[in-house]
Design a protein around this ligand. Sequence first.
Ligand code: IPD
Length: 269
Amino acid sequence: MTSPSELLSLAVDIALEAGELAHRRRTEGVTIAATKSALADIVTEADREVETLVRDRIAAARPDDGFLGEEGGAGRGSTGITWVVDPIDGTVNYAYGIPAWAVSIAAVEVADGDGEPDTATWTALAGVVYNPVVGELFRASRGGGAWLGEHRLHVNDEVGPAGALLATGFGYDPATHAAALEQQARIMPIARDIRRIGAASLDIAYVAAGRLDGYYERGLQPWDHAAATLLVTEAGGVAAGAPGGAPGREMTIVAGPGLFPRLDALIDY
Ligand code: IPD
């Protein structure tokens, strides 16, 4: 087993290289390679190319670790460490040239050694969320704090729901959209405002950085939140899912410890 800081250092190196590749491909022009579960659920050639690069770099450095990537890359390891990767989180923004997308890389310790990574039982050890367009690389290691450059991150926990700037997303399952919109209608009059940035890893990283007070979304996949939720907990915040559970598909909520229960109480499960 390697220390969280060593895993983080590898994740940072790979994220920088992956981010530069994605950024270069963006300037060369983007084509949507496929539409997956919904019109908003797309994949570009760059998503696939970047995931391959990340996977190759991890395999070269740590051949016995597991891998779980958004674009289908998966493999069990034998070390108890699995890498959970979204090569381009915010692919719709990426495809349309909106500079809010990120490479997200996490190293998690899997409870049953070489089994399937399960958000409910894994322990995140290192995480990086990198937006190369604005040059912001958020990083955290377990017990080592969350950082943006030399600046240590702390959640903002000085507001209640009334003053809170929140963010959310709508997930890809059309069956959940009506309920999600009703939820926004209920929360809007209480909060300062609600953002829909379009990249869950950045939404969550911004909570860690105190730029947003809280975030919630139904339908996230492990690669959307694995790195960013470690940023939040290392920045003094709370990241959870459906009542008592871990962040996951059913719900992901992040906020400071004071706001969290009040935000959680506003969410319809
Ligand atoms: C998506 C984005 C979006 C969120 C979706 C995610 P992708 O990730 O993070 O903001 O609302 O739930 O799946 O597909 O662009 O990597």
